[in-house]
Design a protein around this ligand. Structure first.
Ligand code: ATP
Length: 304
């Protein structure tokens, strides 16, 4: 009998590894190339989270040694607070998140969580404590219940539904022909960008991590959907240490601190009000986006 069970056990292990791989892939924000292997230090210990304060101390990073991407980045996110990162495309915003998740190793400085250098803790414990709502959510060709439930192994139907409520997608799911059993993905019902994001939010709620990375979608949602999703995100980020990678400034107004990245450096930092007063890049970006936003809302009103 043991001989029969050993291969089955192996299969289970392979399955779990593939599944973890998929979760990690999704968390890579759509990056296709495989990151260099980052492995646990021989004496790695589990991360002990007490609030989940995150610090970047003098962080330098380069994907390839010829071209530095981040230069001497200092960030402090006290436990339970929200930091918004803004800046032009390619400034290094998503790279900060990939380093915190330890897809890559910093080339200088260090990143700590509650004082522990993330290089000294096991990757499994690090990743178990960080939830990511990516720009683009991968859906499996399976039921919508399965797609939410895979946020946590062994989640019960009641827990899945509670997470769906938290992500404000429960009522939508009940309106589908087969409810939670409705098949979604390429070969099933196609969900809109906003609905997919809600599935990702529900998954994250099931995982219930103390640290959150929200990578805002660049693709335009209509302004009402965007505002509704924004409300949900603000709700789930309460009492969790949160990094928001923001493409629209309207979503960062309430962050405890805003950091403006430029070519891999922190160019400005402060609250929304302080940054407007400083009349720098942030104030300029804000004025530009406000004008664009008004134009879009007007267009939507005309269309309606
Ligand atoms: P966006 O707002 O467009 O998402 P971003 O500020 O998040 O941009 P990053 O994705 O962090 O920017 O990228 C920062 C820089 O690093 C870019 O110049 C990008 O080309 C480069 N880069 C990103 N990923 C890799 C990679 N896997 N290998 C090499 N260079 C990379």
């Amino acid at each position: 009998l043991a001989q029969l069970f050993r291969p089955l056990d192996m299969l289970g292990m392979v399955y779990r590894e593939i599944r973890q791989g998929l979760i990690d892939m999704e968390a890579m924000f759509g990056l296709i190339d495989t990151p260099t292997e980052v492995s646990d230090a021989p004496d790695a210990v589990p991360l002990a989270v007490d609030g989940g304060a995150v610090c970047f101390e003098g962080v330098d990073f380069a994907y390839d040694p010829e071209r530095g991407i981040l230069h001497d980045v200092d960030l402090t996110i006290p436990a339970g607070r929200t930091l918004a990162v803004v800046g032009s495309s390619g400034a290094g915003k998503s790279t900060l998140a990939r380093l915190l998740y330890r897809f890559y190793e910093v080339t200088g400085g260090r990143i700590t969580i509650d004082g522990q250098d993330i290089r000294t803790v096991t990757q499994a414990s690090l990743r178990a404590n960080i939830g990511i709502v990516p720009q683009d959510t991968v859906l499996f060709n399976d039921t919508i219940g399965y797609n939410i439930g895979y946020g946590r192994d062994g989640a019960s139907q009641a827990e899945i539904e509670e997470a769906a409520r938290g992500a404000s997608i429960h009522d939508f799911i009940l309106s589908l022909p087969k409810g939670y059993e409705t098949r979604v993905g390429e070969r099933g019902l196609k969900l809109s960008g906003g609905e997919k994001q809600r599935v990702a939010i529900a998954r994250t709620l099931l995982k219930n991590p103390p640290i959150l990375i929200l990578d805002e979608a660049t693709s335009a949602l209509d302004s009402r959907t965007e505002a509704a999703i924004q409300d949900t995100l603000e709700r789930i980020s309460q009492r969790r240490t949160t990094i928001v990678i923001a493409h629209r400034l309207s979503t960062v107004v309430h962050a405890d601190e805003i950091v403006v990245m430029e070519a891999g450096r922190v160019a400005e930092r402060g609250s929304h009000a302080a940054l407007l007063e400083a009349r720098g890049h942030y104030a300029e970006m804000w004025a530009r986006q406000q004008a664009e936003r008004e134009a879009v809302v007007e267009e939507e009103e005309v269309a309606a």
